[in-house]
Design a protein. Structure first.
Length: 112
């Protein structure tokens, strides 16, 4: 987990950095800064929680590129998913996607 320094999400590459002070200041395990192309992780997280947090933040980066959410400043029209709902969706996805992968490895092999 510590060796992941970049993450490709959709058409963008995000730099991953670990910052204890930023995590303490924000009270967050991680934070996607989509406009800056960066994802912050708390370096104090254990390996499993860091991976889940990075997955969660990757979902935020994916939503930023969708017509549903946070790219609203560059998209025409309204936003269908507000920040609160996006957070709930990312939290749900961080739980369900790894479970799907664990329970259905053959499906994911076929997709790759």
């Amino acid at each position: 987990m510590a060796n992941i320094e970049k993450l490709l999400v959709g058409v963008r590459t995000f730099a991953v950095w670990r910052d204890k002070d930023a995590a303490t200041a924000t009270g967050a395990r991680g934070q996607a800064m989509c406009d800056d192309g960066r994802i912050m992780l708390d370096p104090r997280l254990d390996k499993h929680l860091a991976a889940l947090t990075l997955l969660h933040e990757a979902f935020h980066c994916a939503f930023e590129q969708s017509p549903l959410t946070a790219g609203k400043q560059v998209k025409d029209g309204g936003v269908e998913v507000d920040d609160a709902l996006e957070e709930k969706l990312c939290t749900w996805l961080e739980a369900v996607v790894p479970q799907l992968l664990r329970d259905n490895p053959q499906l994911f092999k076929e997709l790759l």
